[in-house]
Design a binder for this molecule. Structure first.
Ligand code: SIN
Length: 177
C-alpha cells in the first residue's frame, strides 16, 4: 500500500490548537526562519476592521525555528488550508527532528505580499496591539500566552515571543477591539 501521508510543520497556533487528526507528531525545527508577530488576523484573533497580530515566519540566516511536526492524512490539508486562509500559503521545507533524521514538511507562511500582512513594529506597540484585539477564535492575548506556554513545553526559548509575553503580562487584561 502506498503511504499518502504528509508532514506538516506548525510554529504558531498549530503547536497548541490541534483540531485535526494526526498519525504521529514530533518536535522539529526548520533552518533559516524566525517566528514573528507580523501577520494580521481578520478571521481568528481579530476582525477585518481591527485585525489581531499572529505569527508568521521571516527568513534569517543561521536561525532555526522550533515547532511541532505532524504526520497527517492528505484530507487534513483541506482543513488546514481553510484554517490558514487569511494570507498564508503552503511552502515545502526540510524539517530536522533533532536526532539526525529529516523529512520534508509543509509549512504555512504569510509573506509581506498578502493583504493582511502588518510587518514589524516596536515590541511595546505589538504587545499593545495584541492586548486590545479579539476575534472568532478568542482573544489575541490568549493566542500569545498559549504560544509562549507551548514553546516552554518544547524547551524553546523564543526571545521575540517571550519579550512580548513579558510586556503583555504587565498590562491589565481588559479592553477588546
Ligand atoms: C502555524 O501555526 O504553523 C501557522 C500560524 C498560526 O496558525 O498561528
Amino acid at each position: 500500500m502506498t503511504d499518502t501521508s504528509a508532514w506538516i510543520f506548525g510554529y504558531g497556533s498549530l503547536i497548541y490548537k490541534v483540531d485535526f487528526p494526526y498519525i504521529e507528531r514530533r518536535p522539529a525545527g526548520i533552518d533559516g526562519w524566525v517566528r514573528r508577530f507580523w501577520q494580521g488576523s481578520h478571521d481568528h484573533r481579530g476582525v477585518p476592521d481591527a485585525p489581531g497580530r499572529v505569527v508568521t515566519l521571516s527568513p534569517q540566516a543561521n536561525a532555526i525555528c522550533k515547532g511541532m511536526a505532524y504526520r497527517v492524512e492528505p484530507d487534513v490539508l483541506a482543513h488546514l488550508d481553510f484554517r490558514e486562509k487569511n494570507g498564508y500559503a503552503r511552502v515545502t521545507t526540510e524539517m530536522n527532528f533533532g536526532d539526525g533524521s529529516r523529512a520534508d514538511g509543509i509549512v504555512y507562511i504569510a509573506t509581506e505580499h498578502n493583504d493582511a500582512y502588518l510587518g514589524d513594529a516596536p515590541l511595546p506597540e505589538i504587545a499593545a496591539h495584541i492586548q486590545r484585539c479579539a476575534g472568532p477564535s478568542g482573544s489575541n492575548r490568549e493566542y500569545l500566552l498559549l504560544l509562549a506556554e507551548a514553546l516552554r513545553q518544547l524547551s524553546e526559548h523564543d526571545a521575540h515571543v517571550f519579550a512580548l509575553e513579558a510586556l503583555l503580562l504587565k498590562m491589565p487584561a481588559q479592553q477588546v477591539c
